[in-house]
Ligand binder design. Structure first.
Ligand SMILES: Nc1ncnc2c1ncn2[C@@H]1O[C@H](COP(=O)(O)OP(=O)(O)OP(=O)(O)O)[C@@H](O)[C@H]1O
Length: 297
């Protein structure tokens, strides 16, 4: 893995990368660009930690890598040498997997509510066709899932276990994890991390893991990418992070980076559309009539 800043990126050798991002620009509607000329390479077999402060862009980046947002042309965001957004087979075939958020749906002004259906864990897990039964059994055992669990009556951590199991049923080549271990107890978390390690070591799978919990990750991760306000500040092998040689652990290294972040105004070219909307006297007014406001009346 290498960043543009790090200078080691082999832009002409992107075919050897599992993930390759070249000159990416991305903005949410009516906002200035979150990413501008963003570059990132991740090589096969890597377990890359994605770190950064709240709002730095980790989830947005993972969702872009997962093909959930169309960003630029086919060459800008490539996973396994295919366009993450355009090549829908990447996700449908299971080669590219994304595990993030929680099983929920957005309901008007109620916001995100957990899925309420009365399904058993068995119904959900065995409802997926074409799965290797050995892999399925291994995951059920690893995550200690009781197939009789009713999904509307389980705890957050139990629901999360079923969600993770389903996300891993197909043997992924690239896995994007957005802080999915947060609800898991320590045993489930460590077992899952060990499983991920095996998947990378034995099958050459690649994992990008965004997290704020660093326990046990010093020996788990192979690489680290640090984003600040949508900019890639560091991207290197964990063994080459100098600060780790003199610090107690990864937590204190990341803490020192985040503490030294200065609140700066981004020097990014303004997206003309976003600018127009932002500079409009009505574009951001809380008093503007909007369809969304209807939910709150
Ligand atoms: N759907 C959206 N619409 C508009 N802006 C968004 C949306 N989602 C995220 N943002 C903005 O994009 C920026 C990056 O958000 P993102 O969720 O990617 O950060 P993050 O690094 O994952 O944060 P956290 O550590 O809190 O999960 C934030 O400023 C956020 O407000």
């Amino acid at each position: 893995m290498a960043s543009k800043e790090g200078g080691a990126a082999a832009a002409d050798d992107k075919s050897s990368n599992s993930i390759s991002v070249r000159g990416m620009q991305f903005a949410y509607d009516a906002q200035p660009p979150l990413f501008y000329d963003f570059n990132l390479d991740i090589s096969p077999g890597s377990r890359c930690l994605l770190v950064g402060a709240n709002g730095s862009g980790k989830t947005s980046l993972l969702k872009i890598l997962a093909g959930k947002h169309m960003v630029g042309g086919r060459d800008v965001v490539q996973v396994l040498n295919r366009s993450a957004f355009h090549d829908t087979q990447l996700v449908c075939g299971g080669e590219l997997a994304y595990l993030g958020g929680s099983w929920s749906k957005t309901v008007g002004s109620a916001g995100e509510i957990p899925l309420q259906g009365d399904f058993s864990a068995e119904h959900m897990i065995f409802g997926v066709e074409g799965i290797d039964p050995v892999r399925r059994e291994k995951l059920i055992e690893l995550l200690d899932i009781d197939l009789q669990w009713r999904m509307h009556k389980v705890s957050d951590g139990q629901r999360r276990r079923v969600q993770i199991c389903m996300g891993l049923l197909l043997p992924f080549k690239v896995l994007l994890l957005d802080e999915v271990t947060v609800d898991l107890d320590v045993v489930a978390r460590m077992d899952l991390l060990e499983f991920f390690k095996e998947e990378c070591d034995q099958r050459g799978a690649t994992i990008v893991y965004a997290t704020h919990i660093f326990d046990g990750l010093e020996t788990w991760a192979t690489h680290l990418a640090y984003i600040q306000d949508g900019e890639l500040r560091r991207a290197e092998k964990l063994s080459e992070v100098n600060e780790l040689k003199t610090s107690a652990n990864l937590l204190s290294v990341v803490e020192s980076w985040l503490r030294s972040e200065t609140k700066h105004v981004k020097k990014k070219p303004t997206n003309p559309t976003a600018h127009n909307q932002k500079s409009s006297p009505f574009g951001t007014s809380p008093f503007m009539s909007s369809r969304h406001m209807a939910y709150y009346r």
